[in-house]
Every structure is written in C-alpha cells, then in structure tokens.
Design a protein. Sequence first.
Length: 446
Amino acid sequence: MSKVSDSGKIDRRSFLNRTAAVAVGAAALRGTALSYSRIVGANDRIALGHIGIGNRGSELDWIASRVKDQHNVEMIAVCDLWRVNCEKAMAKNTKYYGRAPRACKYAEELLALKDVDAILISTPEHSHSPLLKATAEAGKDAYCEKPMGNVLEEAKGARDAVLQGKRIVQIGTQHRSEPYPRAAHDLVQTGALGEVSKVEVVWNYHGPRWRGRPEVKQIREQDTDWGKWLMTKPSRPFDPQLYFEFRLYKDFSSGIVDQWMSHGIDLVHWFMDDPFPSSVVAHGGIYAWKDGRENPDTFQALLEYPKGFLASYSTSFGNDAPSFTRYMGKKATLINLGGEGSPRYKLVEEGGNHEDNPEIDKQRREKYIQVPGEKSLPPMGMGDLTLEHMTNWFECLRSRQQPHSTVREGFAQSVACIMAAQSYWVGKKLHWNPKTESILDQPPKA
C-alpha cells in the first residue's frame, strides 16, 4: 500500500500503478460476452489513429499503451503538422507496440485510412470541434480532448455530426471516470447534502502558466503548415509563440476557462445533474504576469443554474493559496481538498451556525469519502495520467454503449465556458436560451 505523507501528496507512479490495477480489475469484473467476445486475435484489434501529438498527446499515447493488451488496441497511424512531433510519436509508438505506425502530416490523410477505427484528438483548442466533426463524418469514433469546442456554432456542428453518425465519443474530462469523484458523485445523488444553494470552485497556481515553451525556439515554418494550423481562423503571419503558447491568445483559447474551468464546471454539471447555466457573468484581468498574454491570469465567473443554485469558479496564477471545491447544502457540505484532479473528498454535516456558537466547526461530524479496498487517504492532487477514462472508452468502442463523458456533456461544459469567456470580454452578464441554443444579453422570453 502506498503511503500518504503529512502534506497529502503521494508518489505519482505509485498511485498510477495502483489505479492501473483497479482499472484493469474493474474492467475484468465488468467484462461480458458482448464486450470481450471479439478479443480473439489480430482481426479483432481496435486500430487507433492520433491527430495532434504534442505534450498532452504524448500522455494520451502513454495511457493507451498501458491498457493496450487488455483491450487489444494498437496505434497504427499518427498525425501532426509539425514534423518533429510526428517523428517523436512514431518512435514512442514503435516502442509501445513493436512496430512503427504510419505517419500523416494532415488530418484528412489519416481520416481517409479505412483500417483506422477510432481517433484520438489532442490538437489546440480552436481545432477540437472542426476535427471532431470531420472524424464523425468520416465514420470513426473519437476520444477528443476538452474543451469540445470554444466557438458555439462549431461545437454544435461537432455534436450534431456525432449524434447523427451514432459515433462513440469520449470527451477528455477524465475525472468522470476516476474512482473517488465517482464515489463522491454517487453520494451527492443520495441527497446527503440536502438542498444545495452554492458551489464554490477555487483552483490556484503560482507561475506564468503556458508561457515559456521551449518548442517556440525549435520550430521552423517550413517544418509545418501554418495555414492548416490556423484552421478556421483568419490568415496571419507565422508566429511560433502563438503556435505553442496558444492558450494565452483569445482568438484560439480562453486560457483558464478552456483549460481549467472546463474540468471544474463539468464536475459541477455532473454532481448537480444540471448541465446548462441559465446565466453567467465573469471578471478578471492580467494582474500577475504582464508578458504579452491576452487572456487573464486572474479570473472569476458566477454561473446561475435552473435548479436554483449559484456556482462560482475562481483561479489566480499569481498565488498558490490552497485550492478547494465546496458543494454547500442545507444538510451537509461536500469539500474536495486540493485543486483539479484531487481525489480527496470530505463530507461535513451542517447544524448550528457560527453566530450562535463560534465553536460549531469543532462539533460538526465529518468523514472522508473512500472507495472499496482503500484504507488510507488519497492525495490532494493528481496528474493527468490516470487510466480509467481511456479504459472506459475502449470498453464502449466494443459494447457500443455510451461512455462516461459523451458529446452531450462535452457540449454542455463548452457552452458554460464559451459564455464565461464571452462575458469576460464583453463585460456583461449573458443568458442561455435552451430552446434556440443561443447566448443572449437579456433573459430569454418565456
């Protein structure tokens, strides 16, 4: 059993090895004749292709390789506009699978390969929706990194193509598949919190996030296709800083919102079973890192939901004060200790108040959320290398059941993030019209 330190941290590899065993064991328990009857030989192999193999893409390749034998999958084609990324991906996947995948420069080449069954998409945010739409129209399933989209009409187009084609798509909000968030979600569904009126998500980090990528000095324009990288965006001169640090530039990403709030608000949607905000207002600015970035380094959004609760999301890149999430109900509070990915959840009962009893916190009963087979506390932070989400997708590719984070959930969290980013830039409260699926600057008429 791995040990948790006083600081609440655990060795990442130890935890990954432990959760790998859990994921594989759970898959074996859930396995049925439907989902495993095809695993009899090479003819039943799931052939994967991968579009966009930078930092996160390399992680997804590693994750897939960790469960490849249990699910009989192979990466047979890789695609990246930058020659260097493509060469690295070929070398790594050759090591993982014992033979080299085919290399494609353009997504269209890979999507035209008839022997590729399913696609991993981990390109920059502005290209997620267009590529997901193209993948679905090519008749292939997909694992698409979040956010599913940051342009509303493009996100709609991707969703509609997936639904029309009846494709199996997993959006990369991986915490929906991890054991501790699933246990916490199930607890909320029992009504243990009572009526929830507010959810607070505070995730902080101290540093000039997304600035300083070494690849900026390595890439040459002749080794990529700048026009293809821009995809749906207007033409502009080649900019290696934009190419790799795109999360800092508003035309390509909303930064904190696309990368961090997408995870946080997706969990709120899941736990609260309320997928679309009715209104959003956001504020923030560049207060800590005046390095030429366009997107804020300090950000806060308030989202109101139809069920009648307020969700707040907040991030600062100028201070690493403790991060947390709180679901505040009349019966109890569910507290997630730590930032994005933390599996440590605690339930604290309500009863009494500080005005009548300043010592009330010492008297409230509390308990940590545990999963079967675990006796020690989980860490307060976890990286993005857990295996369960990819495992769930592979299972669903065979069973044709829908995975944990479908295109519908991906569209919902994209809407919340698009509204928050737009509210920040236009400086006003925005409203969602669920009937027309449109963003308004006034509440929709009844």
